[in-house]
Design a protein. Structure first.
Length: 219
């Protein structure tokens, strides 16, 4: 079937031209400007012909602390990360960001979107560290909206009555291994599953009507 000239990809329709990308970071503290970014992971999502979200590619990097970064012992004890272990294969912050951003930019173009929007569990934390790292590294093309985000802690509180990721996943019947938690890749993937499930369930309940959306775009 040939798509009409006015066809707009469903993903671009669903989120007003923004592509949701699930991000999780592991850090050496809570201050995005002074504390080291140690891990970053991104999960790209797609949308099928029925308007349902699907998880796609995961990309993750271990990050070497930037020069002069603060390392809070309590944060390292919590995550279990040894920032200077050679086994981590950590890369410089700028290299990590570019490795994460490359597939995101590709997905934005493929989905017909204009920019990415960060999805995170307590998203302001992740977005703050991303923005601070982008500024430190002098990266000119940040694919993410600079201040808007989707917060799965809020969405899960609404949908499931739980704001802690592990508990929200449990109520949503999403398998969650607490021993694997506090790895950026694992937490990003579980956050992605949670986000997709909430968005898809909302659609099933009639909250986003694909038929009406299609009709609205007809000339």
């Amino acid at each position: 079937m040939t798509k009409p000239s006015h066809f707009t990809p469903l993903m671009a329709e669903r989120f007003r031209g923004y592509l949701p990308v699930i991000i999780d970071v592991e850090t050496a503290g809570f201050n995005a400007r002074t504390d080291a970014l140690l891990e970053i992971a991104a999960v790209v999502v797609s949308m099928d012909e029925q308007g349902m979200l699907l998880t796609e590619e995961t990309v993750a990097c271990n990050v070497a602390p930037f020069e002069g970064a603060n390392l809070e012992r309590a944060a390292l004890d919590f995550t279990g990360i040894d920032p200077y272990s050679p086994l981590r294969g950590a890369v410089a912050e700028k290299d990590a960001l570019e490795a994460i951003f490359k597939p995101i930019r590709r997905a934005i173009k493929s989905a017909g979107c204009k920019r990415a929007i960060l999805v995170g569990h307590n998203a302001s934390f992740d977005l703050g560290f991303i923005n601070a790292a982008v500024e430190r590294c002098g990266i000119k093309r940040n694919p993410f909206h600079p201040f808007s985000s989707f917060d799965t802690a809020t969405l899960a509180g609404l949908a499931y009555g739980q704001t802690v990721l592990a508990r929200a996943c449990s109520v949503a019947d999403i398998a969650f291994d607490t021993r694997a938690a506090h790895s950026a890749a694992y937490d990003a993937e579980k956050t992605a599953e949670l986000f997709c499930q909430i968005v898809n369930r909302w659609k099933e309940l009639g909250g986003w009507d694909l038929v009406l959306q299609t009709q609205d775009n007809e000339p």
